[in-house]
Ligand binder design. Structure first.
Ligand SMILES: [Mn+2]
Length: 441
C-alpha cells in the first residue's frame, strides 16, 4: 500500500506541474526508465546528467515553467529551490538524504522516498516514483507500464534478494497483467546478448572449468546444434534466443550429463527469469536501456522501453564503446589482492564520464576485492563511481563529501559516485581504505 502521506504529496505534485516541463534525470538505466514514464506528461523536454554539481545546476536553462529532478537532487534541495525560486519544481528521489528535512513551499516539492518511510535502497527506484507520479496526473489513462518500475529496481540492483516494498507491488501488477512472466531459463551468462559459444565458455568458467572455444563449437555440432547462422549474407554466431525448443532441450540435457559427471549440482543449470512483454529477459532489457542512455540514444531508449523495439544491435556497439577501457582496468587490477582497488581513466581511455559506473559494476562482479573505485580524470576533477559487496559506500561517500570543499557525492549501499577535486579524491581513496581496515576486513 502507498503511504497516505506519499499519496498526498504526489497528488500535490501532479497539480503543481504545468506548462513546459524540463525533466532532469540521471544518465543510467533507472534515470532513462524514469524519463520514459515522465515523458507521458505534456510538453516534456529532457536533460541527462552523470552528476549534479553547483556548476551544472547553474547552467540548467531557465526557460521552462516546471522542473522535475528525478534520480538526482538529493543534497541540492536548498540550492535547487534558490536557483528556481520563481519556477515550479519537484524532486523525485530515492537516495538517502542526510537530513530528514522536507524543504517544501507552495512551488517546491521534495518527494524523497525516505521522507515517507520508504527505503530507497531496496523498496523503490526512481522509475517507481515516476510511475506513481504520472499515475496521479493521468489516473484513468495511465494503466500500463508496471514493468518499467520493476526494471528500474532491477537496474539499481534492488532485487538481489527479491522484490520488496513498492517494488513487489509493481511486480505483482506486472505479473497479473501479463506484462511480465516468470520462465525457467538456461542459466547461461549473457544469455541472448552474447554468442552462445561465449555464454557457454563463461558458464564453464563460473563452475571452475577452463575450456577452449573450439571444444565448445565441436560439442555443439556433435549434439546437432549449428553454432552459426547466416544473417545478411554473413556467418554470425547464434545466441540462446536463436535456439529452437528442441535444441534447448538437447543442450540442457547435454549440460546436465556433463555436470553430473563432474559431480556438480544440476540446479546451476536453470533459474527463474523475468521475461518482459514476451520479448526481453529483465537483465538484458536493463542492459540495453543502459546502453541506449550511455550512448546518448534517447530516442532508441524510448522505442525500446515503450514499444519493445528490437535494439540488440546497440549492445554490440556499447560493448565496443566500453570494452577496451574495461579490459585495461581489469588487467591492471586482477592480480592485486588489496581490499580497495582503484583505476583512474584519462580522457583518451574512456569516451564518456558516465561510463565509470558501468565499468565499476563490471569490475565489482569479476573481482574479489571489497571495494572498487573507478575514476575519470576531467583535467581538474575526478568523476568517480564506487562499488562494494558489503560496505555502505553511499554513506561513506556522503559523509566524506559533507566535510570537504567542492565535493559532490551520493549513492546507495552497494553503489555510489560523485565528483571531487583531484587532490581531494586521493584523500577520499585513503579515507575509504582506512574505513575498510578499521572494520577488521
Ligand atoms: Mn536510481
Amino acid at each position: 500500500m502507498l503511504p497516505p502521506t506519499l499519496s498526498r504529496a504526489l497528488e500535490k505534485g501532479a497539480k503543481l506541474i504545468e506548462g513546459s516541463v524540463l525533466v532532469i534525470t540521471h544518465k543510467d538505466a533507472d534515470g532513462m526508465l524514469s524519463y520514459s514514464l515522465l515523458n507521458h506528461l505534456d510538453n516534456v523536454n529532457c536533460m541527462f546528467l552523470s552528476q549534479l554539481t553547483d556548476n551544472v545546476l547553474e547552467n540548467i536553462p531557465m526557460d521552462f515553467d516546471s522542473y522535475v529532478f528525478v534520480d538526482l537532487g538529493n543534497g541540492f534541495e536548498k540550492k535547487i529551490y534558490e536557483t528556481f525560486s520563481s519556477k515550479k519544481v519537484i524532486i523525485l528521489e530515492h537516495h538517502n538524504p542526510d537530513i530528514r528535512e522536507v524543504f517544501v513551499s507552495s512551488k517546491h516539492l521534495n518527494i524523497n522516498s525516505y521522507l515517507f518511510g520508504i527505503n530507497g535502497n531496496n523498496e523503490v527506484s526512481s522509475a517507481g516514483l515516476s510511475y506513481l507520479f504520472v499515475k496521479k496526473k493521468h489516473p484513468f489513462t495511465f494503466t500500463k507500464y508496471f514493468y518499467i518500475p520493476v526494471a528500474g529496481a532491477y537496474g539499481d540492483m534492488q532485487a538481489k534478494e527479491g522484490f520488496i516494498g513498492l517494488n513487489a507491488i509493481f511486480l505483482n501488477n506486472a505479473l497479473i497483467r501479463n506484462e511480465i512472466y516468470i520462465e525457467k531459463t538456461l542459466s547461461l551468462p549473457g544469455v541472448n546478448l552474447k554468442p552462445l559459444h561465449k555464454s557457454l565458455k563463461l558458464f564453464f568458467e563460473s563452475i571452475g572449468i577452463e575450456v577452449d572455444t573450439s571444444y565448445i563449437l565441436n560439442t555443439l555440432s556433435s549434439i546437432g546444434i549449428t553454432p552459426y547462422k547466416i544473417h545478411n549474407m554473413k556467418r554470425v554466431p547464434i545466441k540462446v534466443k536463436d535456439l529452437t525448443e528442441d535444441e534447448k532441450i538437447k543442450l540442457a540435457t547435454h549440460l546436465a550429463i556433463f555436470l553430473k559427471d563432474m559431480d556438480i549440482e544440476e540446479e546451476f543449470l536453470f533459474r527463474n527469469n523475468y521475461v518482459i512483454k514476451d520479448k526481453y529477459l529483465i537483465e538484458e532489457f536493463v542492459t540495453l536501456v543502459n546502453a541506449c542512455v550511455k550512448l546518448g540514444k534517447i530516442k532508441d531508449g524510448l522505442e525500446l522501453i515503450i514499444e519493445m523495439k528490437d535494439k540488440y544491435e546497440l549492445y554490440e556497439k556499447y560493448i565496443r564503446f566500453i570494452g577496451n577501457a574495461f579490459n585495461k582496468a581489469y588487467r591492471t587490477m586482477k592480480d592485486n589482492a588489496s581490499d580497495v582497488l582503484m583505476y583512474v581513466f584519462d580522457k583518451s581511455e574512456l569516451k564518456e564520464d558516465s561510463l565509470t559506473g558501468t565499468v565499476a559494476t563490471m569490475l565489482n562482479s569479476k573481482l574479489e576485492s571489497e571495494v572498487i573505485i573507478v575514476g575519470y580524470d576531467t583535467g581538474e576533477d575526478i568523476k568517480f563511481s564506487i562499488r562494494s559487496k558489503s560496505i555502505d559506500v553511499g554513506m561513506l561517500t556522503r559523509t566524506f563529501c559533507s566535510k570537504h570543499k567542492n565535493c559532490y557525492g551520493n549513492g546507495h549501499t552497494n553503489a555510489a559516485g560523485g565528483i571531487m577535486p583531484k587532490t581531494t579524491f586521493y584523500i577520499f581513496v585513503e579515507y575509504v581504505k582506512k574505513k575498510i581496515s578499521s572494520q577488521g576486513k
